[in-house]
Design a protein around this ligand. Structure first.
Ligand code: SAM
Length: 283
């Protein structure tokens, strides 16, 4: 098995294919050999498990996942990498590479078609330009998956893994906590990639709940309220919600008081339950 984290190997392969890194597609390939085995282990890949990988690049993480899991389906948008992956991962008969944009894929169908009878997990070194949309798609599509183990920018991971109700939390913290229990795993320095990005990264694992945290009449309303509350995070929750949702202050004030929430609080002080209570009452 070729060591695909080796700079010399990467350069040799990519130059043979005349490949240039695309900044727009978030192509920073891992060159630190200790990261992928750790990620694959943490992801839950193993016997009886199917893995969806997003953005295999030249296959550095994919080869670790293939070695552990029953089956891996890797979704890569860049068609220039497809022949590269055929060469680097040709030895694995438990791998399927799909040349698609992950944001446009019907992942429920993919799981039904490819992973019958298996537990399914997601593992990826995500392209940073679509971190939040990918994570939210994986969660909102209510996929039958156990966990999502992903590398993202360190700041994004810190925000997502913050305690709801802490200063570091944001709308994405609440949204992710609605569907899963996030866990920070380890940080990865910028120098672990080629080309090196400007910031450090971190691996986090989202342990996906079988059912979301609350049974709500309308999940969308919950997320509208969360977004509105954090839209102007320096303002009070009363001002932020009323101005973002275009509601009379008096109405919002009454709702907050009914929920036993101080209208002068900031969104970051509210709990998951507070947001659910507001969403249940607001028109
Ligand atoms: N897994 C490799 C590694 O760790 O070295 C590459 C990771 S690189 C940060 C992100 C990868 O995602 C690239 O291969 C890029 O082409 C791919 N990618 C970018 N946008 C994508 C999309 N919308 N759907 C699927 N793959 C995408």
């Amino acid at each position: 098995m070729k060591r695909l984290s080796d700079i010399g190997t990467i350069k040799e392969i990519l130059s043979r294919y005349g490949f240039n890194f695309s900044k727009g597609l978030g192509q920073n390939f891992l060159i630190n050999p200790s990261v992928c085995p750790r990620m694959a282990e943490l992801s839950g890949a193993g016997e009886g498990v199917g893995v969806i990988e997003i953005g295999p690049g030249i296959g550095v993480l994919t080869q670790e996942l293939c070695a552990l899991a029953d089956k891996v389906v890797a979704v890569e948008i860049d068609k220039r990498l497809i022949p590269v992956l055929e060469e680097t991962l040709g030895e694995f008969d438990n791998l399927k590479v799909i040349n698609e944009d992950v944001l446009k894929l019907d992942l429920n169908k993919l799981i039904e078609d490819e992973f019958k009878g298996m537990k399914v997990v997601v593992c990826a070194n995500l392209p940073y330009y679509i971190t939040s949309p990918v994570i939210m798609k994986l969660l909102e599509d209510r996929l039958p998956i156990e966990a999502i183990t992903v590398m993202v920018q360190k700041e994004a991971a810190q925000r997502i893994c913050a305690e709801v109700g802490s200063r570091e939390s944001g709308a994405v913290t609440v949204a992710v906590n609605f569907y899963s229990k996030p866990e920070m795993c380890f940080t990865v320095s910028a120098g672990s990639f080629m080309p090196a990005p400007k910031v450090d990264s971190a691996v986090m694992r989202l342990n996906v709940y079988k059912e979301p945290l609350f049974k709500l009449e309308d999940d969308k309303k919950f997320f509208r309220v969360v977004k509105a509350a954090f839209a102007q995070r320096r303002k009070t929750v009363l001002n932020s919600i009323s101005s973002s949702l275009g509601l009379e202050k008096q109405v919002v004030n009454e709702v907050l008081l009914e929920c036993n929430i101080n209208p002068q609080s900031r969104a970051e002080k509210l709990s998951m339950n507070d947001f659910a209570e507001i969403a249940g009452r607001i028109g």
